[in-house]
Design a protein around this ligand. Structure first.
Ligand SMILES: Nc1ncnc2c1ncn2[C@@H]1O[C@H](COP(=O)(O)OP(=O)(O)O)[C@@H](O)[C@H]1O
Length: 281
């Protein structure tokens, strides 16, 4: 497979893949955020933002990153989706990835950078610029590599208590036909240590999707617990990396989408009229 060939041809860690990332991103204008944690009020479209979404498995990175990508007119690039696409192909990497993902482990930095650079190449050919990254970087090494090739403006760190994350992952369903995400869990968790209670209504599928729902093979309790453990070990240092750069916006989700989305827009200094544009996009 071309991606693997390219990866193993590179003499230093991911250098050829990095070339593609650099080339794809060099045309995008980056705005320094530095010590601010709230971006300036902006005209959302055509801004070519370079944002990253961090957060534990099941927190909702995909949901909010995808809504914001529609609002801001930039691609939502989820490395988990790239891994799953590769998994469902019959390429030689597929079996290796299945073993890693189904143990809840992280794919190597080299493979993930290679998949990401291929995705960026395709986007570049279509004239894309800017991005919202979801699920990348997940290690400090990945964050350092990203820093070498682009200037991330803002890193949104979505947070929920661990018991909610587990329930959300176990309730997650995907329509096998249209690919939309749903959640059958009805969450009511009492807040501990002075934290507020959290309730989330299920996000149920319409009738045409109801009979086609599938569960991700890595959304079992054992694998989710392992993914949470690995997040704490490998990905939490990424939060510190960006906190040190003054780019981290911490966002405690207050509940499901109806409660969280307006508050997230507020935290990002985006307003309701921008939201309406997204809804009709
Ligand atoms: N940046 C990355 N680095 C290493 N592995 C990754 C990365 N992104 C995704 N993966 C792999 O793909 C799997 C699914 O990713 P994702 O859909 O983002 O899951 P999650 O729901 O755990 O956030 C991960 O468990 C991991 O094996």
């Amino acid at each position: 497979m071309a991606a693997v060939t390219r990866l193993f041809r590179s003499s230093s860690s991911s250098s050829s893949a990095l070339f593609y990332i650099r080339r794809s991103l060099s045309t995008s204008a980056a705005t320094e955020l530095k010590s601010q944690t709230c971006p300036p009020r902006i005209d959302p479209k055509g801004r070519n933002v370079q944002w990253v979404f961090l957060g534990c498995p099941g927190v909702g990175k995909g949901t909010y990153a995808s809504r914001l990508s529609a609002l801001l007119g930039v691609p939502h690039i989820a490395t988990g989706d790239l891994v799953r696409e590769e998994l469902s192909s019959s390429g030689p990497l597929s079996k290796q990835l299945a073993d890693i993902v189904n143990q809840g482990k992280l794919v190597s930095d080299e493979i993930i950078i290679n998949l990401l650079s291929k995705r960026l190449e395709v986007g570049e050919a279509k004239g894309e610029s800017g991005f919202i990254l979801d699920g990348f970087p997940r290690t400090v090494r990945q964050a350092e590599i990203l820093d070498e090739v682009t200037d991330i403006e803002l890193v949104v760190n979505l947070k929920l208590p661990e018991n909610v994350l587990l329930e959300k992952c176990l309730g997650r369903r995907i329509c096998g036909q249209c690919g939309k995400n749903f959640n059958v869990a009805s969450i009511n968790v009492k807040g501990e240590n002075g934290n507020p209670d959290i309730s989330m209504a299920p996000l149920l599928p319409p009738s045409q999707c109801a009979s086609k729902l599938i569960t991700r093979s890595d959304d079992t309790e054992t694998i989710v617990r392992e993914r949470l453990r690995i997040y704490n070990e490998k990905s939490q240092p990424v939060e510190d990396f960006y906190r040190g750069q003054g780019k981290l916006l911490e966002f405690d989700l207050p509940g499901g989408i109806p409660e969280s989305w307006p508050k997230l827009l507020e935290a990002l200094n985006l307003d309701e009229s921008d939201d309406k544009q997204a809804a009709t996009a």
